[in-house]
Design a protein around this ligand. Structure first.
Ligand code: AHN
Ligand code: ZN
Length: 288
């Protein structure tokens, strides 16, 4: 099959997000990036809705947040949801102590998934899929309790998906969902996370089978990766939409080495990783 997904274009969307600076709630960069994402998705012909909400962070701070929803073929009765988070983390708490209070740029952790979805929106304007697609960019995913703070309160991560899952702002429930998180690293390992296995094993099988048909079996590995609470957990438990996570995690090294560090920058992105994930989703959605 001939692919329209461009790795260079996807990378330019990633770079553009990072050029705003860290997209941390309640900062000007966060406001500016939301406006950019809304504009690009509208330009590509999607019907864009902003779901604004105030969320309470682990430290009591009120985070002025926005989930960005972009619908392709908005009236189609068969719909598939594609998710990523667009905010970035205020703390490099997986780094050396001097960096704990520095923000994460979030090239991989945030911008990579959004970049793939923007590039898909761009190609779907050229040739529309025959199903409906709901692109949902969650906010305030990465403001969870930092590892240097003692706090046993739960559910401090994934505030945008918790809000979206509680409100269910759709008239047609998507038949399944796919979350992209950290899809732009060097030599990624996309395995079966425990939540996806529990809630959506048939979607894992379908997506990994498409990936294997494209020769990506070294990257899309048919093995359990780990137990990861991410936005897909809240989508699954709150809405019942069977939803998987394509996330870079390996049993040996855990998350990528740049995770929640000052090294999560565009220099440490491999655009071929963006391309693999983009090609899988392009083929999958055109086959639906
Ligand atoms: C934790 O493991 C705490 N969170 C996984 C979700 C996440 C954070 N994804 C990106 N950053
Ligand atoms: Zn993170």
């Amino acid at each position: 099959m001939q692919f329209n997904f461009s790795a260079d274009s996807a990378f330019s969307f990633l770079q553009k997000q990072c050029d705003f600076g860290p997209r941390i709630p309640n900062t000007p960069a966060h406001v500016a990036c939301a406006a950019y994402l809304e504009k690009k998705l509208s330009e590509y012909g999607a019907l864009v809705t902003l779901q604004k909400f105030d969320a309470k962070a682990y430290n009591g701070e009120i985070l002025h947040s926005t989930n960005i929803i972009a619908q392709i073929n908005p009236s189609h009765p068969k719909r598939i949801a594609l998710f990523a988070h667009w905010d970035s983390r205020p703390y490099c708490d997986n780094d050396a102590e001097v960096n704990w209070k520095s923000p994460v740029l979030g090239a991989n952790d945030g911008a990579s998934g959004v970049a793939v979805l923007l590039e898909l929106a761009r190609i779907w304007q050229q040739k529309a899929p025959s199903v409906g697609v709901d692109i949902v960019l969650f906010d305030s995913e990465d403001y969870g309790t930092p590892s240097f703070v003692q706090n046993d309160s739960e559910d401090t991560w994934c505030l945008g998906s918790q809000y979206w899952g509680a409100k269910k702002p759709y008239s047609v429930k998507p038949i399944y969902g796919i979350l992209l998180d950290m899809v732009g690293g060097v030599n990624p390992n996309f395995g079966y996370d425990v939540i996806s296995q529990q809630f959506a094993p048939e979607i894992l099988a379908k997506v990994w089978s498409v990936a294997h048909s494209l020769g990506y079996s070294q990257t899309f590995v048919s093995k359990t990766s780990g137990s990861i609470v991410d936005d897909h957990y809240y989508v699954n438990i709150l809405t019942g939409i069977p939803t998987i996570d394509i996330i870079d995690f390996s049993p040996n090294r855990g998350f990528p080495s740049t995770w929640h560090t000052i090294y999560d920058t565009p220099q440490n992105i491999d655009k071929e990783s963006l391309k693999m994930v983009g090609n899988v989703l392009e083929l999958l959605i055109y086959s639906e």
